[in-house]
Design a protein around this ligand. Structure first.
Ligand code: HEC
Ligand code: HEC
Length: 369
């Protein structure tokens, strides 16, 4: 028995990049304003896996899928042997063979479904056009994405648990081999890469890192760019702009349902304790514009979710909508009174582009007091 080369530098770099990327993607998944980083790292995971898939069909010893052991009997034997004596495998053991396939499939499914959610829900990225046709299914796609991602995570935990048990009970060298590339074996079984395989490996790791750097440094790239159109309300309807921005934030019409706008516009005299009345022609013109662009006529996430969360009551304030309350319930009440915010209706303190009709997660920023 001598030390033989089993995992090429490319396999090992892939492994370490994947570990880091998956860690990051999961840790930041719940931070709305980090969504574009979540997407960037997600794309990188996708590319890493696509190359890994091709690598599995190349003639690379131990890494090629035909060297994987998918035999169910061997798998059971391996699992049962975990706490007893266990057969040593030079390449992937039956458990890791299954785990790797599951991780590739679930990882890619998570990435693809993530790109669909990014498009349908946020109107962002390469599938942003799907927002128009499929926005009504945004919640379903999100559920599917979470299902794949959680299943992916579950397999990762099982994989790690297996490695740890193997290490503790059998003093396995699997972890070390993933770092230095060597295992014990017969010299004739050592891994040798052809020139083409080495070139492919350089392309694999190089393009994955390049993709990451490129997406991070080029916000307007096709994969993560924001395709929500900023609205210039002053141009679209100058009367609405001038009248409705004079006392407070210019609330985008798509944040309230038609019924709310009609009720509000029919009683501008008693507008939240103020008299905001206008002559009949102007009132009607603004009302028409608001109705035409109300939540019912918008495909944006906020509109869809405001409508979905609504109860039978006609609410005139956006801040009284269940969806608004839900999304802001974790914000400390005292924060709204902070002097650079003032009151909860000062949306633009935290949503810098709201007066252009944009409410993207990445633009949400709570100002420091
Ligand atoms: C004379 C001042 C004034 C004018 C003009 C005015 N508003 Fe208001 N509006 C208020 C006050 C005061 C409130 C309640 C406190 C707040 O939200 O700032 C309010 C609240 C609102 C709210 C609820 C905000 C929330 O908290 O969810 C909406 C929506 C709204 N206004 C729409 C409009 C529209 C549309 C126009 C233009 C037709 C308009 N307002 C013009 C004074 C005004
Ligand atoms: C003190 C800061 C702050 C103020 C003021 C504020 N928001 Fe928010 N808003 C946030 C934060 C933070 C989130 C994200 C919460 C989360 O992570 O779910 C958010 C989320 C949202 C969302 C959901 C985002 C989406 O993509 O659907 C909407 C819609 C929204 N705010 C509208 C408003 C409106 C309208 C106002 C003004 C009436 C307002 N907000 C005032 C901080 C604020």
């Amino acid at each position: 028995m001598t030390k033989i080369y089993v995992w090429s530098i490319f396999t090992r770099l892939f492994h370490i990049l994947l570990v880091l990327a998956v860690l990051i993607v999961f840790v930041i998944a719940d931070f709305e304003n980090l969504l574009s980083y979540h997407a960037v790292v997600g794309y990188m995971i996708g590319l890493l896996f696509v190359f890994r898939l091709i690598w599995g069909f190349m003639n690379v010893r131990y890494s090629r899928f035909k060297d994987f052991n998918f035999n169910i009997k061997d798998l059971l034997e391996y699992m049962l042997g975990i706490f007893g004596s266990k057969k040593e495998y030079t390449g992937h053991n039956p458990a890791s063979s299954w785990a790797i396939i599951a991780m590739i499939v679930l990882g890619l499914a998570s990435v693809v479904s993530g790109v669909i959610v990014y498009g349908t829900q946020e109107g962002m990225g390469v599938l942003s056009f799907l927002n128009i046709s499929l926005f009504k299914d945004m919640d379903m796609f999100e559920d599917i994405h979470e299902l794949f991602a959680n299943a992916f995570m579950a397999v990762i935990f099982i994989h790690i648990a297996g490695v740890v048990i193997d290490k503790l009970l059998h003093k396995s060298k699997a972890v070390e081999s993933m770092i230095d590339g060597y295992k014990n074996g017969d010299e004739k079984d050592s891994l040798k890469l052809t020139l083409w395989q080495k070139l492919f490996g350089v392309l694999w790791i190089g393009s994955s890192i390049f993709l990451l750097v490129y997406l991070l440094s080029t916000p307007s790239n096709i994969l993560t760019s924001d395709n929500n159109r900023a609205v210039d309300y002053r141009v679209e309807h100058s009367l609405f702009y001038d009248e409705c921005i004079s006392c407070h934030t210019l609330y985008p019409p798509h944040l309230l349902p038609e019924k709310s706008w009609i009720t509000m516009m029919d009683d501008l005299q008693n507008h939240f304790g103020d008299d905001a009345s206008l002559d009949a022609i102007d009132t009607n013109s603004i009302k028409e514009y608001l109705v035409k662009n109300s939540a019912e006529n918008s495909t944006r996430e906020a509109s869809f979710k405001i409508l979905k969360s609504m109860d039978a009551n006609i609410t005139l304030a956006i801040t009284e909508m269940p969806y608004w309350k839900k999304r802001h319930k974790e914000i400390d009440k005292s924060l709204f009174k902070q002097k650079n915010i003032g009151n909860i209706s000062n949306c633009k303190a935290c949503h810098k582009n709201i007066e252009q009709g944009l409410l993207n997660d990445k633009d949400i920023k709570i100002p420091q007091g």
